[in-house]
Ligand binder design. Structure first.
Ligand code: PMP
Length: 452
């Protein structure tokens, strides 16, 4: 006989009460508001979640920008089950296992030549902190150890590690946690409503904002600057699409001054823009790329940093024979179960042509998002690839309140979105059907017409 505690947990039998919700200190959520009125998912299949009440909710946000192949993919769950049974774990310290090498090669093959080497982590935040550390160590390995300053961007989101919140530019992620890293500066963000409202895809205004980097170089001197990190599309702060030519210009300035350029592709990696990575979409090659999320289709936590051949070769060339070239890693770096999920996800992307599908759907998506123009409360609409943003006028004196209410109302009307301040963001799985895109837009229009 099984003891109650060892019985398999049955999600559908769970009855939320104030008591049994208490222990979990929930992340990124108002614990008190949520526990008074919980919203629980118990199943996921294809484009839908099922709530604990048995209601189907259309997933317009791919979980949290990660379920690019949709939910419940048997290829992934079976690969994961096989791997746990075969070999559940392998230590990454002085030991290896085959699928980590295979996955690294497969990821590198999605990137332009020269971005050839893949370091595995367990999340986007870890990828960012790893990339920043690699940038610092790279300059030191080349005898340029004064290059220690890191430059991020206002309204950037780079996860929640101390490195990530330091280069990030979101006040709530920074203000509670003290000084974080020293020696960080920020570029301005690229959003200007007056100049770019209702732009379709990339705004034509704003290329010159990249020149702000020259000002920071003049202020600090290039010999003190290690790296610049930006999201090609700043998603978590409301989908800020880069102005045409902006990323190219950042690249030119970094190259001119020997500064490494890091693209944080945690969201844009693995097809979100209709190309394997944003580097391909924009035709701009950074020195390092961070990714996570879509790498395993969100199924098993995993992230990665892709580094240039020059960076990798520098580490290999500068360390003494037999020495560890980069003293950095995690217990779960290249976890075999995550590698199995990653390989299965990459197979799905390829076999189903999902990155091309994004490219094909993008014009329909753009037209659908912009069809909301004129709807009550809306002050801007933005889109790129399979990402869309609906920005609402904030309520007087209550920033974020209308956005939150719209998010909840859309959820209750059967569509899961993502809210950031007063912007509703959407980024459906790539398997989305046009009729489901219509449902997302119609639901949002109805919801916005109803709320104050
Ligand atoms: N960087 C970017 C650009 C992200 O969008 C995110 C997560 N949304 C992160 C880093 C952090 O990833 P994680 O939550 O997996 O730590």
């Amino acid at each position: 006989t099984q003891s109650a505690a060892s019985k398999t947990f049955e999600a559908t039998q769970f009855k939320p009460t104030p008591n049994n919700l208490e222990a979990f200190f929930m992340p990124f959520t108002s614990n008190r508001a949520f526990k008074a009125k919980p919203r629980l998912f118990v199943k996921a299949e294809g484009m839908h979640y099922t709530t604990i009440e048995g209601r189907k909710v259309l997933d317009a946000s791919a979980g949290l920008w990660c379920m690019n192949c949709g939910h419940g993919r048997k290829e992934i769950s079976e690969a994961v089950a096989r791997q746990i049974a075969e070999m559940d774990y392998a230590p990454p310290f002085n030991m290896g296992h085959p699928s980590s090498f295979e996955l690294a090669s497969r990821v590198a093959a999605l990137l332009p030549a020269g971005l050839d080497h893949v370091f595995f982590t367990n999340s986007g935040s870890e990828s960012v902190d790893s990339a920043l550390k690699i940038a610092l160590a790279y300059h030191r390995a080349r005898g340029q150890g004064t290059r220690q300053k890191l430059i991020g961007r206002d309204r950037g989101y780079h996860g929640v590690g101390f490195g990530g919140i330091s280069v990030g530019g979101m006040v709530n992620n920074r203000k509670w946690f003290g000084n974080a890293l020293n020696g960080v500066d920020h570029l301005p963000h690229t959003y200007n409503r007056q100049e770019m409202a209702y732009s379709k895809g990339m705004p034509t205004w704003g290329t010159h904002l990249a020149d702000e980097l020259e000002k920071l170089v003049a202020l600090h001197d290039a010999s003190n600057i290690a790296a610049v990190i930006v999201e090609p599309v700043a998603c978590s702060t409301g989908v800020l699409v880069p102005p045409q030519g902006y990323l190219q210009k950042l690249r030119e300035i970094c190259t001119k001054h020997g500064i490494l350029l890091i693209f944080d592709e945690v969201i844009t990696g693995f097809g979100r823009l209709g190309a394997s990575f944003a580097t391909e979409y924009f035709g701009v090659k950074p020195d390092l790329i961070t990714c996570a999320k879509g790498l395993t289709n969100g199924s098993i936590p995993m992230g990665a940093v892709i580094v240039s051949k020059d960076i990798y070769d520098t580490f290999m060339g500068s360390a003494a024979e037999g020495a560890i070239e980069l003293f950095h890693g995690y217990t779960y770096s290249a976890h075999p179960v995550a590698c199995a999920a990653g390989l299965a996800a990459l197979d799905i992307y390829k076999n189903e042509g999902l990155f091309d599908r994004v490219k094909e759907l993008s014009p329909y998506w753009e037209q659908a998002i912009h069809s909301l123009k004129g709807t009550k409360h809306i002050v801007d609409l933005r889109n790129i690839g399979l990402i869309g943003a609906v920005e609402l006028e904030p309520r007087a004196g209550k920033p974020g309140a209308r956005g939150q209410e719209a998010f909840i109302a859309a959820y209750e009307a059967g569509v899961l979105t993502r809210v950031t301040g007063d912007t509703i963001a959407m980024s459906p799985p790539f398997i989305v059907e046009k009729s489901q895109i219509d449902q997302m837009v119609t639901t949002l229009r109805d919801v916005l017409n109803k709320i104050d």
